[in-house]
Write a protein that binds this ligand. Structure first.
Ligand SMILES: [Zn+2]
Ligand SMILES: [Zn+2]
Length: 252
């Protein structure tokens, strides 16, 4: 399995770190996990062909994880893509996304390819005999429960485990606490977000310097010389962090 980091940035992206987007190749399966606002740039910069993406899975509806969807679908159409694509959206926002795309004139009947919007729920999706995805609900958006309820939506967000035979890749996406990720990190190559957990949690996880553990969703405070990075050194004694870079490929 190969995971190409197309966007390792936080919600505040810049030219070095785009918003959340990961291209996974496992057996014959090729898909994106997340499609943040810079996804089209990330695909172009890493040389991932627009026609090679078969499916897109959105972990939650923050713009840094889904904002690039209209631009990517439009670019696929303009470039004459023929291959069908499935886009999996957190189930509570499926109707919103359908309407959202309609308002960009991205009508399924008008595109050069067939596209289906499908509801993403917790549980397993079997892509083939050997490739399976498991989506796990997280508490990232629970802090907005009151506002979400008033707006009539369920604050749904997911982590995901990708299995190819006995190989396992875990992407935390955004979390409330690293406690939610702990049981999935074991035995996996893990990509853990580093914006929302506390510095203490990040330090505790980084302490072992496990070569199968990587941090992503990097806020600028965590870059070399940043305020959090300094504190990790001075307060927790963590000198090195396994931060991924855009364009990096993890082979699992
Ligand atoms: Zn995010
Ligand atoms: Zn988020």
């Amino acid at each position: 399995m190969k995971v190409t980091i197309l966007g390792s940035g936080s919600a505040y992206s810049d030219s070095r770190r785009f918003n959340s987007c990961y291209f996974v190749e496992a057996s014959d399966e090729r898909f994106l996990i997340d499609c943040g606002s810079d996804a089209l740039r990330g695909l172009q910069k890493s040389g991932v062909g627009l026609s090679s993406v078969q499916k897109i899975f959105i972990t939650h509806m923050h713009a840094d994880h889904c904002g690039g969807l209209p631009a990517v679908l439009t670019a696929m159409h303009v470039s004459g893509r023929r291959e069908p694509i499935e886009v999996h959206i957190p189930f509570t926002q499926l109707n919103f996304v359908r309407l959202w795309l309609d308002n960009f004139f991205i009508f399924p009947g008008r595109m050069s390819f067939k596209f289906s919007l499908l509801p993403l729920t917790a549980g397993e999706i079997k892509l083939s005999e050997s490739v399976k995805l498991e989506f796990i609900r997280t508490n990232h958006l629970v802090k907005y429960s009151d506002l979400a309820e008033a707006a009539g939506i369920d604050p749904v967000s997911f982590s995901v485990v990708v299995r190819e035979g006995s190989r396992k890749f875990f992407f935390s996406s955004d979390l409330d606490s690293l406690d939610e990720a702990r049981e999935y990190i074991r035995g996996s190559v893990s990509l853990i977000e580093a914006t929302h957990p506390s510095l203490g949690e990040i330090a505790a996880l980084a302490e072992g310097q496990n070569s199968f553990l990587y941090f992503t969703h990097i806020p600028m405070e965590l870059e070399s010389g940043g305020e959090w990075r300094e504190k990790l050194g001075s307060k927790f004694g963590i000198e090195k962090l396994n931060l991924v870079q855009d364009g990096q490929v993890l082979t699992i």
